[in-house]
Design a protein around this ligand. Structure first.
Ligand SMILES: Nc1ncnc2c1ncn2[C@@H]1O[C@H](COP(=O)(O)OP(=O)(O)OP(=O)(O)O)[C@@H](O)[C@H]1O
Length: 257
């Protein structure tokens, strides 16, 4: 493993800390002795071949699964006991596909970001400002009254990000968010993520397009059951971590979108 910046050199307390985590769905481990910190304000791009354990590692980080061995802390607490879901915005791999069938409007989805605090229909002016502000930040104000199922894939992604912003989440985690989204919208989408990150939002992005990650992320983790790299993009492109992690599966590095 190559570590561009040793943990001890980093001063801020990590928002997520995975320490020597091992996990398997059965006998065979999907993750083996993985250690990685996510620093507040960073934009972590998580790459690796198909089936390399990226979604599983994210599950561990968000406390959705518990490691068989090792520890994971989230906001300084054991991740699987963490109980402040509104601090995390999570856009799962199939979330926007599932939203195709939702018979509700964009504004209603974004309002869900405030539900942990308010009963439906009993929004304070602060709640309303948070909802309107979140829609504005991701550029979907014009779509507020549209049914979410009628939007394009890229627009639906923005709706889910707005929901996370409305909840004032500190961390936004996305699992391959632009599958099925056209190239131009993808670029806009990733610029938006970078802009949000620049305002302090911590971002974790699982992405198969290495170019996207080296362009927009501030940190890269390259995984295939074990961690082959954890550090900044400029150091990443200098290493052979990709070749090691992808092995003979190199064609996936070069597919275009
Ligand atoms: N719920 C589950 N039960 C059993 N095996 C699973 C489960 N979820 C994932 N796996 C297996 O664990 C391995 C890692 O899966 P995971 O989804 O974490 O990888 P990934 O890197 O996110 O893959 P992809 O890029 O294809 O989405 C794969 O072999 C997968 O088939």
């Amino acid at each position: 493993m190559t570590t561009a910046t040793a943990k001890s050199e980093r001063s801020a307390k990590p928002l997520i800390s995975v320490d020597n985590a091992t996990f398997g769905y059965g006998e065979v481990p999907v993750l083996e002795s993985v250690s990685i910190d996510v620093e507040p304000g960073s934009f972590l791009g998580l790459v690796g071949p198909n089936g390399s354990g990226k979604s599983t590692l994210l599950d561990l980080m968000l406390g959705l699964r518990r490691p068989d061995d090792g520890t994971v802390t989230l906001f300084g607490e054991p991740a699987d006991e963490f109980d402040a879901g509104e601090r995390i915005g999570y856009v799962a791999q199939d979330a926007t596909e599932a939203a195709r069938d939702m018979p509700i409007t964009v504004r209603e989805v974004v309002e869900m970001g405030r539900y942990p605090r308010r009963l439906v229909g009993r929004f304070s002016s602060k709640d309303r400002r948070a909802v309107e502000g979140a829609m504005e930040r991701v550029g979907i104000t014009d779509l507020a009254s549209r049914r979410v199922g009628r939007l394009s894939g890229g627009q639906r992604q923005r709706v889910f990000i707005a929901r996370a912003l409305a909840s004032e989440a500190d961390l936004l985690a996305l699992d391959e968010p632009t599958v099925g989204v056209d190239a131009e919208s993808r670029e806009e989408f990733y610029s938006l993520l970078a802009d949000l990150n620049a305002t302090g939002l911590t971002v974790i992005l699982i992405e198969h397009d290495i170019g996207v990650v080296t362009t927009y992320a501030t940190d890269i983790a390259c995984l295939n059951r074990q961690l082959y790299f954890d550090g900044d993009p400029s150091a990443f492109v200098e290493t052979d971590a990709l070749e090691q992690a992808y092995g003979t599966d190199q064609h996936v590095l070069h597919h275009d979108h």
